[in-house]
Design a protein around this ligand. Sequence first.
Ligand code: GLC
Length: 622
Amino acid sequence: MAFVNISATSVSQFSDTVAEDSKQRHVDTSASTTSEITSTRKNLSLQKSYKAFECANKWWKNTVIYEVYVRSFYDSNNDGIGDLKGIEEKLDYFKQLGIDTLWLTPMYPSPMVDFGYDISDFVNIDPLFGNMDDFKKLLRSMKDKEMKLILDFVPNHTSDQHEWFKMSVLRQEPYQDYYVWRSPKVYDGNGQPSPPNNWRSVFGGSAWTYNETRKQYFLHQFAKEQPDLNFRNPLVIQEMINVMDFWLELGVDGFRLDAAPHILEDEEFRDNPQAKLKEGSDCKEDDYSFWDPVFTCNSPGILDILTSFRNVCDEWSLKEAKERVLMTEGYLPLPQLMEYYGTCSNPIAHFSFNFELLGLTKNCQASDAFTSITRWLDALPQWCCPNWQTGNHDQPRIATKLGEDMIDIMNMILLLLPGVAVTYYGEELGMKNTEISWEQTKDPAGKNAGPGRYKLFSRDGERSPMQWDVSNSSAGFSDSGIPWLPTNTNYLEVNVKSEFESERSHLQTYTRLVSLRKSKAWLNGDLDIRVLCDGSVLTFTRIDITSGEGILVATNFSKNKTDVDCRVFQHVPTEENAALVVAVTDLLEYYNEGSSASFANIRLNGRSGVVCKFSVKSEASK
Ligand code: GLC
């Protein structure tokens, strides 16, 4: 049995150091390292086992979190932009899928420079999305359906239109030090100021913008319209705690904490060193990933601030005997990411988003997926619950990045590994990124890059309207005729209605997979994960010995047909046809749901997968 460990993931945000054809941003899980390792270990047997992770005892540990990108989900008032009423109208859709938890992207008042992540009032609703009554009504309807609601919490920055910033510019107390202000490094001969240091914005260019009124630079790690708050000022921490209290009192179930590692920067404002770029990299000096953000990302002290946010959740959890959760977003190497969990006695995040699966690229092998999965599980502290994510509003969709034939395979992995699963809207349908021209580009990360390079950075492609049906040219998303981003032309086939009606579809497979999460095998089962068939098949079992229930997942990452002998797994029955097929990928021709399969010989087409249920071999028959 070989236990292969891979050292820390190298991660860069909005990186342009990866191949364009992989359409990958944000995450660089060292593709080259992975494939080197793949080739040297081709003949090794890759196998690991993990004890069950107590998923059954808390609501958030076994939930599927569905990310609703509010602007793009469903437009109830025909202005071309999704809204809160739209989400409420679609709540039954989630119930049909078996999804109980929604994470909403920011719906607060905002000038929409970064589409809601530039907030001008943390405790209100942007009229584009509705009003506070709509929000309360949505929440009530969700509670009636026993659903949970997670909000996006964006403490790192505000909009430059926030009152705090306007007053800070004027040096009005107590707002004068609410933001990170710094005097110019020097003035040139013409009296022109230069920025305090070399820090770059995640969206490209200097992270400093000069303010004529205050005669100082302010820091913005994202767009210049998103000034960073100064978390060395205790008043700012208190403001953010007040924001959390406001929403928790209304009854929300937790927060997804945006851009967590960016909250604090170096106190001495030291220059960031240059990053080690891959050979042939097209990275430019003004790009974020040209620099190693050691002095702008994950600075000492961050964990204390996050702990104060966790304490707020815990107070509310105790007060109302219902657990409120904190999930942190951070693109960091694994050892640093794991620190966001805190310790067993002083926990911080309920979970820190796991982006490992997002690091897979086109033509990835089963061993790459094995590595991504086990690397995370091996790093995870014993007392923590795993989580998995295959997409989000900052990442290209699975169908675009890995290929349409990988949609069901990735959903099988996402939904049947132990722990929380996070699904980005439309991934259950197999939606693809939409081609967006330079003229149509809206995302500041794309616009800053210019017409020649916008495709490397723009996130518009994965934010196109949800594809509901074929009732109009925006796939039933809006009756406006002009949705805020163009609809993908594949909506005639890829849409909720058609996929529900067809016997076999990504949506049908997704729904079957979600329902398996109620089984004892999924809730309590140990995990045994292996790469079989000369590196081509990723296979795992979830077995609960107590109940005798088992699940087998076999996914073929290669393009060739193969038969897998799964009798290598412990406790599986060896008699013929002992496995009941419960879900298949659309490319699998050998089985249908309800047919039986034999562990000695699981038959797979290229890029296909199957999920089977079985009764664990009894001790007596061994
Ligand atoms: C997070 C969000 C991203 C946003 C950025 C700035 O990374 O996911 O969409 O642009 O923070 O708020």
